[in-house]
Ligand binder design. Structure first.
Ligand code: GLN
Ligand code: ZN
Length: 786
């Protein structure tokens, strides 16, 4: 069918009058087998040429567009173009705008090439001078990381790359209706940083850049219009945040200016409710609004009521953030009144881009069939969307009827399965309400611990892992594949542990660790030992650049069938008189880095995890372990998007930590670890966790960030990281002494520990030895001076 609008005023040509429009907001770039990752890494390493990389990208787009078009008789969706990215979609946009920081040496009048994009993302590329990569940070409340735009006052913008326009043409040549997807100007600015804009995301100074930015947006839209584009999706996920008035007000100006292009604009929000910004929509010259009705289903009516009679509501009804099969009946019940009210102005879509879920469940051949029937990955979600459109239209063909039947059966099995409901766990959870979460006052505990553990001032320790050599990785792999017997595996892991203990004794550390040779990943290791978790073979999700993670699924009640770390830790302790720290991953981190069941509140799942860990903590203590660390690197990232929701989260997150840790006697020392140092706004909660010792990452910030602990008069012990383990240079004793003195100027000396930042597992042994020896010398210098 030829492109070009005909028939319906705001629909598009491929649909009959009576068919509900559905569309996708975006998709994975990696491919079901992580094809893009491998092509990128080969190209970066000089093992693959640019042409091969470009071809891989083209092939992936072709495949993913075909899926998203969801062709079904006369039904076919427009496809997103611009969600594809070689490294990150924000970086794509930043380079399109020509916003390349000076250190990358970009000539002002030349196009930005792909290698410059890669240098911005990762510091290096096959061509061009290496330079410090741009900062990377988390994309809203997801585990995806975007490259932060660097902003300067008076910055100029221009169209500096043509990839996006080429991709529009590419989609069209494949017979698709291309819907370009671009970051909205306000979201792009909000996410950007610069020395001149020190107030953080909301710095109003950034709005001054709109003068230069908007004309370039208009040019981009004009080029789309010349290409025959009808709809453009402009993503403004900041609508789900609390926006200061100046940012709210800016929407009107921005969209007034963008509306001149003649394109229809779908203003897309996702990840939460936008009703706090509803006033923003009033009088906004956009032709449609997309909202997330998975995270915030009850905003549907309010948003629908705020729309003008000619505006589209794109209803995000399929969960783009999780992997559970959609309850189509429940979604229909939500949609029917909307359909009644909006008629064909109602569109259907996933809640957000499908970037955040794995590509295809069909690739999973080893999942238990019952569990598998409960799941839906990106390809399945698109299928659900198509079904939903047919159901809503009362146009149920055989395939749709069969899909609905299968879905109902799966949901029924999920509701009643003994895999999801374990009475013993439920009872245990109910009883846990009455369990004490308190320990004796910190002053009493620490006095006792210092005596029992015989610790000096400025005690030294590390964060847990030691270098993961190729031999260790091979060992674990051989054992998993059955090439190595349990006994042989245990013997060799024990040998690794013994080597780690001897190493730490030689170096002269005070609190030792077993080194974590048995774990490849801090969540997977525990997930595999707990009931209620499952693992996929190919459930990859992009984390940043070419890096992907394979989050476990928490599908059922969590139970610890047997001790998980007690054998390794007590073996390590048996080798030395020094205290050895038990090493566990905390409940919030296990939750945060998994796909979590959606049939009960997250906090209930977190409490089940906490109870399982509480048992482990008790068993470690009984086995003679006197120091136990519970890592919570994901504690901060669990914060909800809106301030008003923070306290509720912090309350249960803290409660879970205390539930996991409070069974121990006063003399047993509880550590926690968090890999960052932005504590200002959560310091009260950190203190409420009441760990005896917290180790944090500080070396790169020169201890500035200890300010939060100082201002709050944080009462318990702190180990600020004294050297950056990522640096190839050995840390200098004097530098570490100076850092600790800075720390001691802000916090009581007797509360301080000396330790590196985390991540030793990524280093090699010789440098680890050199660095830790220097660190121990620094601690001794501090003690002597005290
Ligand atoms: N104990 C872990 C380690 O040292 C902590 C990892 C982390 O903080 N992300 O590797
Ligand atoms: Zn860490």
């Amino acid at each position: 069918m030829p492109p070009g609008p005909q028939g319906r005023d705001f629909g598009f040509y491929i649909l009959r009058e009576d068919m509900t429009v559905f569309h996708s907001l975006g998709f994975s770039r990696m491919g079901a087998q992580r094809e893009l990752k491998f092509a990128l890494e080969a190209y970066w390493a000089g093992k693959g040429d640019l042409a091969t990389l470009l071809e891989t990208g083209r092939e992936l787009r072709r495949r993913h567009w075909a899926l998203q078009a969801g062709a079904d008789g006369a039904r076919k969706a427009m496809v997103p173009v611009g969600d594809f990215a070689w490294y990150d979609h924000i970086l794509e946009w930043t380079t399109l705008l020509g916003a390349v920081p000076a250190r990358f040496g970009q000539p002002a009048d030349e196009p930005v090439d792909l290698d410059t994009l890669f240098r911005m993302g990762r510091g290096r590329a096959p061509s061009g001078r290496p330079a410090a990569a741009c900062e990377m940070t988390k994309w809203f409340d997801t585990n995806y990381h975007y490259i932060v735009p660097e902003l300067t006052p008076g910055q100029t913008f221009r169209i500096a790359r043509s990839d996006l326009f080429d991709q529009v043409a590419e989609a069209q040549s494949l017979g698709h209706v291309a819907k370009p997807v671009i970051p909205g100007p306000l979201t792009w600015l909000w996410l950007g940083k610069g020395d001149a804009f020190a107030q953080g995301p909301q710095d109003e100074g950034k709005l001054g850049l709109l003068d230069g930015l908007l004309p370039v947006y208009v040019q981009v839209l004009q080029r789309f219009a010349e290409q025959g584009v009808e709809w453009v999706q402009v993503d403004e996920p900041i609508l789900a945040l609390d926006l200061p008035p100046a940012w709210q007000a800016a929407f009107k100006r921005v969209y007034d200016e963008l509306s001149g292009s003649g394109l229809r604009i779908l203003l897309a929000s996702y990840f939460g409710r936008i009703t706090q910004n509803l006033g923003v929509l009033q009088g906004l010259p956009v032709q449609g609004v997309h909202v997330d009705l998975t995270r915030a289903p009850d905003q549907a009516r309010e948003v629908a009521a705020a729309l003008r009679g000619d505006q589209i509501l794109s209803a995000g009804v399929i969960d783009g953030r999780n992997i559970w099969r959609t309850d189509l009946d429940e979604r229909l019940a939500l949609l029917e009144p909307l359909r009644e009210r909006l008629g064909d102005r109602l569109w259907l879509a996933p809640s957000c881009s499908l970037l955040h879920v794995p590509v295809d469940l069909a690739a999973e051949t080893q999942l238990d069939p019952e569990l598998k029937s409960w799941l839906s990955f990106a390809a399945q979600k698109l299928e659900e969307l198509r079904c939903l459109a047919r159901l809503l239209d009362g146009d149920v063909d055989e395939a749709t009827a069969a899909a609905v039947q299968a879905q109902r059966a799966a949901l029924q099995s999920r509701r009643s399965s003994s895999r999801t409901h374990n009475e013993a766990v439920r009872r245990h959870l109910a009883e846990s309400q009455g369990l004490s979460r308190s320990r004796a006052p910190f002053a009493e505990r620490i006095a006792r611990q210092r005596k029992e553990l015989d610790l000096p001032d400025f005690p030294t320790t590390t964060i847990g892992s030691f270098p993961q050599t190729t031999e260790i990785r091979r060992l674990r792999r051989d054992w998993r594949q059955g090439a190595l017997s349990d006994a042989a595996y245990e013997k060799q892991v024990r040998a690794e542990i013994e080597a780690a203990i001897r190493f730490q004794e030689e170096v002269g550390l005070d609190v030792l660790v077993h080194g974590e040779p048995e774990r490849n990943d801090m969540v997977e290791y525990f997930g595999e030992l707990l009931a209620g978790f499952a693992f996929t073979q190919n459930g990859w999700v992009q984390s940043y650049g070419s890096r992907c993670v394979k989050p476990p699924l928490i599908y059922g009640d969590v139970l610890r069938p047997a001790p998980m770390t007690v054998g390794w830790s007590s073996y390590a302790q048996s080798l030395t008189d020094k205290p050895v720290k038990g090493m566990l991953t905390g409940p919030v981190t296990l939750l945060q880095w998994s796909f979590v069941r959606d049939d009960q509140p997250r906090q209930d799942t977190c409490r089940q995890l906490a109870l399982a860990l509480r048992e482990e903590v008790s068993d470690l203590e009984s086995a003679g372990i006197r120091v136990i660390q519970i890592d919570e690197p994901a504690f901060r990232e669990g914060l909800p998007l809106r301030r008003g929701d923070w306290q509720a989260y912090l309350d249960w997150a803290v409660d879970c930590f205390r539930l996991a840790t409070s069974s121990v006697r006063d003399g047993t020392q509880i550590h926690t670890h968090m890999c960052y140092s932005e504590f200002n706004d959560i310091i009260e909660a950190i203190a409420a966790m009441d760990a005896d010792v917290i180790t944090i990452e500080t070396s790169r910030s020169n201890m500035e960030l200890l300010g939060a602990f100082e201002d709050f008069a944080y009462p318990n012990d702190i180990g600020p990281g004294v050297y950056d383990i990522h640096s190839p240079n050995l840390p200098e004793v004097d530098a570490m002494v100076a850092l600790m003195r800075r720390a001691a100027s802000r916090l009581p000396t007797e509360r301080l520990w000396v330790n590196p930042d985390c991540g030793l597992k990524t280093r090699a042994w010789p440098e680890t030895r050199g660095a830790l020896e220097a660190m121990v010398r620094a601690a001794r210098t501090l003690r002597e001076a005290a």
